[in-house]
Design a protein around this ligand. Structure first.
Ligand code: ZN
Length: 122
C-alpha cells in the first residue's frame, strides 16, 4: 500500500517537472531554439531521487538534441554550463549522491512541484 502510493507520487512528480521544464517553450541546445518535439532531459540521471525532479537538473530539448545529449556526455556538460553556468554540474552530482540515509519524500516533493505549477505564469 505504502509502496504503491510512493510510486504514484514519484510518477506525478516526473509529470509536473516535465511540464514545468517544457513551458520554457524552446530547445535550449545552443543555436537550436526549436519549438517542436520538446522533451524534458535529465542532466544527472533520473535514478537519483534527490535531483530527479529538481528543475535545475532538467533541460528543455527538442527530440534530436535530447538524443544527441544522451549519446555524448560531453555535449550534456556543455549545454548544462550554457544554461546553468560553470560548476553547476558538479553541484548537482554532489547533491545527487547525498542520500542522508533517508528515503526520499515524494509526497512532499509532489506538493512542492504542484505549488510551482499552480503559480506558473499564464
Ligand atoms: Zn534542439
Amino acid at each position: 500500500m505504502t509502496v504503491a502510493r510512493r510510486k504514484g507520487d514519484a510518477g506525478k512528480c516526473d509529470e509536473l517537472a516535465s511540464r514545468l521544464v517544457r513551458m520554457r517553450g524552446y530547445c535550449e541546445y545552443p543555436g537550436c531554439g526549436s519549438t517542436q518535439t520538446l522533451q524534458c532531459c535529465h542532466i544527472v540521471p533520473r535514478r537519483y531521487s534527490r535531483t530527479r525532479t529538481r528543475i535545475d537538473n532538467l533541460l528543455c530539448l527538442c527530440a534530436s538534441h535530447h538524443r544527441l545529449i544522451d549519446t555524448f556526455p560531453d555535449e550534456k556538460l556543455m549545454v548544462c554550463q550554457e544554461v546553468y553556468g560553470v560548476g553547476h554540474y558538479m553541484q548537482l552530482r554532489d547533491d545527487a549522491e547525498q542520500t542522508g540515509g533517508q528515503r526520499f519524500d515524494w509526497t512532499a516533493e509532489r506538493a512542492r512541484l504542484q505549488a510551482l505549477w499552480d503559480r506558473r505564469p499564464m
